[in-house]
Design a protein. Sequence first.
Length: 368
Amino acid sequence: MIDKKDPAGVSKLLNTAGQGEMEKILRHFLEEAGAEELSALASCAERLRERYYGKKIFFRGLIEFSSYCKNNCYYCGLQRGNRKARRYRLSEEEILGCCAAGHRLGFRTFVLQSGEDPFFTDERLCRMVEKIKKRFPDSAVTLSVGERNRDSYRQLYEAGADRYLLRHETADEAHYRKLHDPEMSLKNRMQCLWNLKEIGYQAGAGFMVDSPYQTYRTLAEDFLFLRRLQPEMVGIGPFIPHKDTRFANYYKPGAERTVILLALLRCLLPKVLLPATTALGTIDPFGREKGFRAGANVVMPNLSPREHRKDYSLYDNKICTGEEAAECCGCLAGRIRSAGFVPDFSRGDHVDWHRKPLRAPGTAVSAG
């Protein structure tokens, strides 16, 4: 099925498949393909990544600035119903201090991530983004703060935010309903992603691998949605249960299926920025290296204050919670070099992205 000398052929296959055919392709690679074919797939993914980004692995400095969340996603340790969760918020000066420490280490992208915390209003977040961009004008700012209205996204873009991560988690309505409270809406989440794209962000979507009730049909929906959206970034990682959620004893995850899906996503979206996630490194000591060899090209070491890292508990047993940022980055950069890749601390923008002027307020784009 796969000719490792013809990565364009794999991309064409994935970019022309309908729902039924996409299901068959995913089932084939995740269940039936042998070692030789999987190796050929990974080679195709690597060739495509190298065409646009070479052997660079881009570093992003992750700052988890609030563990409060108003949502009650059934799989997440930060869900508002988890009374065992330890909540914290970083102050403005603490966040700026994390950026300063990261900048000294060489980082030129800062990822500000939190639960959906109403405390962080548009005014507070815009002020924060403006201060970061003023103090570190050579750096990109990525936000990952959940669903907001279009005007909020527009204000944050005007303040200087460059990228926005909002994993859709699943593109199938029935599957979404099994993972989220009734008050949450897949339609709204998808519209948020279309709004982010239209405003001009480098937009990031993504899903959990082997989440509860996931099927080949729901995975095919994910691929078809990503094909329509054409995001600049896609984040996927293995579903890892959290002990204080209803899925605490769901299953023990492995890395193989995530690695295969990373390769397929690189073939689907050859220019995409594709992380080898901390979750992948959590379930397999060589998970991130396996991700690099399947086309991934981003890592996000943690710049958050060490005393709060264990409190930002999306899932159990997250790695690197006790390390200093410098220790973690030095170790990871060394492993990347040993694997034959090049650590890159630059902004690392999507190859086709450039900041564009905003349209008039109130203009939106629909997913159709």
